[in-house]
Design a protein around this ligand. Structure first.
Ligand SMILES: *[C@@H]1O[C@H](CO)[C@@H](O)[C@H](O)[C@H]1NC(C)=O
Ligand SMILES: *[C@@H]1O[C@H](CO)[C@@H](O)[C@H](O)[C@H]1NC(C)=O
Ligand SMILES: *[C@@H]1O[C@H](CO)[C@@H](O)[C@H](O)[C@H]1NC(C)=O
Length: 167
């Protein structure tokens, strides 16, 4: 009798330990943060880094969290970067960089953010003409390019953005 209880207890302890180990494995974070361990999609992270490389001046350091090889998982995961929002499958859906006073031009790498629905770039110092490639970002629902240093006219290609709710 005594040994049966003992056996059962041991069994329970073992079972709980197994559960704990499984749980630890599921929730474990990657300690070294090596390339490829990140949560967000590589192609989208590269696109954002390319976008950053077109920024000449970032007076408030808004893009300082945008780094390729952060040691902490949260840094390498582009879904955690400031101004970036992802959907529940870690695809970038929103770029919110209003009032950041960024200076530079807009990289066509944004085309690789295939799930982007919101591009908010108001009150920056983006220059040059408004890129025509934005007309190919067909999932866009919200586009805000106000208060920048763009020259020229609004490209007719933007008329192709049939999902647009707000410009
Ligand atoms: C992810 O989001 C979509 C819609 O935004 C929803 O239909 C789906 O159920 C969500 N999936 C999970 C696993 O939360
Ligand atoms: C999109 O990403 C691919 C690599 O995944 C790259 O070769 C290509 O140049 C990128 N496109 C743009 C417009 O940056
Ligand atoms: C987009 O708009 C331009 C100019 O309005 C047009 O020439 C082009 O065929 C349209 N379609 C695509 C996919 O760019």
């Amino acid at each position: 009798m005594r040994s049966t209880i003992c056996h059962k207890t041991l069994h329970l302890v073992f079972f709980n330990l197994t559960l704990l180990l499984v749980w630890l494995k599921i929730t474990a974070t990657t300690p070294d943060g090596g390339v490829g361990d990140y949560k967000c999609i590589d192609k989208e992270r590269d696109a954002l880094l390319h976008f950053k490389s077109y920024i000449r001046h970032d007076p408030y350091g808004i893009l300082s969290t945008w780094t390729p090889n952060g040691k902490e998982e949260a840094i390498g995961d582009c879904c955690e970067w400031q101004g970036v929002q992802c959907d529940n499958r870690s695809r970038v859906t929103t770029l919110y960089l209003n009032n950041a006073y960024l200076e530079g031009t807009i990289s066509p790498s944004l085309l690789n953010l295939s799930y982007l629905t919101e591009l908010q770039l108001e009150s920056n110092s983006f220059s040059g003409t408004i890129p025509t490639f934005i007309g190919s970002m067909t999932r866009l629902e919200f586009l805000n390019l106000g208060h920048n240093d763009f020259s020229g006219r609004v490209p007719s290609e933007l008329g192709n953005l049939t999902n647009l709710q707000s410009l």
